[in-house]
Every structure is written in C-alpha cells, then in structure tokens.
Design a protein around this ligand. Sequence first.
Ligand code: SF4
Ligand code: SF4
Length: 431
Amino acid sequence: MKLNSVRLPHHNGSAELETANFRLPEKVIISMSQHGGVPCKPVVDIGAEVKTGQLIGDCEAAISAPIHSSVTGTVTAKTNLINRFGRVHEALVIETVPNQVLCEDLKPPVINSREDFISAVRQSGAVGLGGAGFPTHIKFAYDRKTITIDTLVINGAECEPYITSDYRAFMEDGEKVIDGIRQVMKYLEIGNAVIGIESDKPKAIAKMKVLTASDSNIKVIGLPSAYPQGAEKVLIHNTVGRVVKEGDLPSSVGCIVMNCSTAAFISDYLKTGIPLIKRRVTVDGSIVNKPRNYFIPIGTRVSEILSAADIRVQPDRGLLGGPMMGTSFYDIDTPISKTTNAVLLFSDTKERMQTACIKCGRCVRACSMGLMPTELEHAYDARDAELLKKLHINLCMDCGACSYVCPAKRNIAEKNQLAKAFVREKAAEKH
Ligand code: SF4
Ligand code: SF4
C-alpha cells in the first residue's frame, strides 16, 4: 500500500558546501528543556565558572537527558524560556571567555555490556537530532523479555525544504554514521539496519552504499522524494513494510528509529567522551545570501547567527527547524537547542488569509495517516472529544501537509494540535 504524500520544493542551496565551524559566541543561553520528557534542573549556580562539556543540568526522571555547557565561561544569570510546546522552563546564561578548555572529567566511556552502553548514551546527553528530541537512551532501554527488535531504521530522509544537515552528515561523516549504527547493533544485539535516504540525494545514497558494501546486514534504501518521508511511522512503512498501529511505538513492530546525525554523534562520543554540546545547523531562507551548514554551540542566540549569515535585509519571520514542522521565534535572542537542525530567515512573508472550505478533498489526499482533516476540524469546533478519538486524532503527527495543500489556506494542521491537547485535557479530567 502506498501512503499519501505531498511534493515540496527543496531550496537546498546549502547542500554542496562543507560545514563550517561557527565562531565562539559572546554568550550562550542553555535551555534546561531540550528533549522530550522531564526538563533538567541546573546543577551549577550563578557565578560558577564552567568548562566546555561540563555537566550543568540533570534530572532523575527516567525520560530526560543531561545537559552540558557548550562553552567555557561564567554563569551570569538564570532566565526563563518558552519551549516549542509553549511551556516555560529554566535556562542558564553563560558568558564566554577567549580561552576555551574542555572539562577534564571528559573521557571515552568504558563499555562492557548493553547496560554500560545505554548508560553511556544517557551520559552523552544524546537526543534525536532530527528534530524530535526524544532521549536516545530511552529508545535503547526496552525490555528484552517482552520486546524483540530486529531492525534499526536510520532516518536520513530529510524531507523538509531548505534543511541539508543530515545530507552533510552523510557526505562528511558517513564513516561515523556507519560506526554509530554498528555500535548500536552490537550492544543491543540488533541483526539488521536499513538506512532510508530520499532519492533526490543520489550522492549520499551512493556514498553510503560504498561504505556498507561489505556489510550484508546494513541496507541503504533510496526512498521517493515525498513529504513526510521522514516521519517515523511513514519511514518504517516505506523501508521495512511494517505498520505501527495508533498509540504503539516502533518497537511494537520490531524497530528502533534513529536519525543519521544521532548515529554519527554516538560514534564520536564513544571515541572522545565529548557530550552533545554542538550540532550541525543549516542556516538558510529567502534573505540569506550564502546558505550553509555550521557546527554551532548549543545555546547560541539567533542574533549572533544572524550577524554571521550574510543576509540581504532584516527578517520579518524566523524559524527553528523546517517550514513544515519548525517553530517560529519572535525574539531574536532565542537560542538554538539540541533539536535545532535549521535556522531559516525570511522577509516579506505573506499572511495566510483563510477562506471557507470548498470541500475539494486535497487535505484528505495529502494525509499519509489516512485522516480526514475536515472532519477533525468539525469535531474540534464542536468540542467533541469522543468523535475526535473515533476519527483517530492521535495519529496526526503535525506534519502540516493538509494545511500546505489547502487552497482555502485553512489552518487545519494547527487546529489538530489544539484538538489533541483538548482530548488529553478531557482524559485527564476523567482521572
Ligand atoms: S497534520 Fe495531521 S491531519 Fe494533517 S496531513 Fe499531517 S498527519 Fe494528516
Ligand atoms: S483542502 Fe482545504 S478546502 Fe479542500 S477540503 Fe480540505 S480544508 Fe476544505
């Protein structure tokens, strides 16, 4: 069965340029909430002098990931930020010093077992680098008595316009991607891996095929260039032909999904012990003269990125992430986080003027989850939680394809987010 999808323009002007190192920022603002799950609490106070890679935030909750300083400097303030789910959380402001030094505690982890490996991945602060930000060690810590994983699915689809950070990871760090995959397969005893890459990236596919030529249990699969190819359920369906049911995790069909850049990071961490403190970020958009990927320290503010980006005019709109699933920022001092794969800058952005639905059905034909966005909209407008559940609102993955194709410019995907929150609220009231 072929899933619905939409074709998007790619605008990948940064694809063929090597990743540059971003200069040392003047200060960073490091959020304590950069992952799915429970935010961290700072473990250093105002006035503390911290070194690069030093632990600065942690949490005892199971679903969380520690946070490390991306720079050497002084903690000068604690502040509040609003995360991409609209919740307020703490952040540390660190002013940098010219002499950057690595924290002396950092060393490659000693790994003798699956448990050691999972613990090391937690210590590294790894989260899904494709944008979802789920703590990586939680995906690995499944109960082997009840769950069997036979396939590691590597997400290299990168289906949103402008973003090329995963493509550059394949082109520059393909060996690390493969090493990270092998380490996960070894310690979790997973027999097979598939790497899914959209077929409009033939060089990346060719490179990864060469690198895996002697590994019969790692396959590289070219996928149609269609949005949302990188969504977890879509990727599993299109690479291994399995269907993850509503409410289930990929592990229910024997799969773990991991982003290719996360695999490369794990490889690096196991060799160096340097935690997740910087990442590859695409800087692009209609006003950027020289689109490019940069390795940027986590917590660097957009205002500093802007000053290095060679822009034609001041932006009137900025996004962290892609145009389909990214988050708008309104404060130019918003910092990047572990999940920021792109900073996109635009000007002369047109307002979306909504008009009445003309019942054309395009939104239905665009939805890869087989949902009925118009019906969902009516059910939410009637605040009918039971009907929303019957219409499988929880299958909506906020991909935005329905809004994108709508000729009436209706904000149906956005309404689905409100509808999911409404269903959760109603469920909470019952308990
Ligand atoms: S946002 Fe939800 S309803 Fe709209 S196309 Fe994506 S999955 Fe379907
Ligand atoms: S695409 Fe827009 S106009 Fe067409 S049916 Fe869906 S909501 Fe209505």
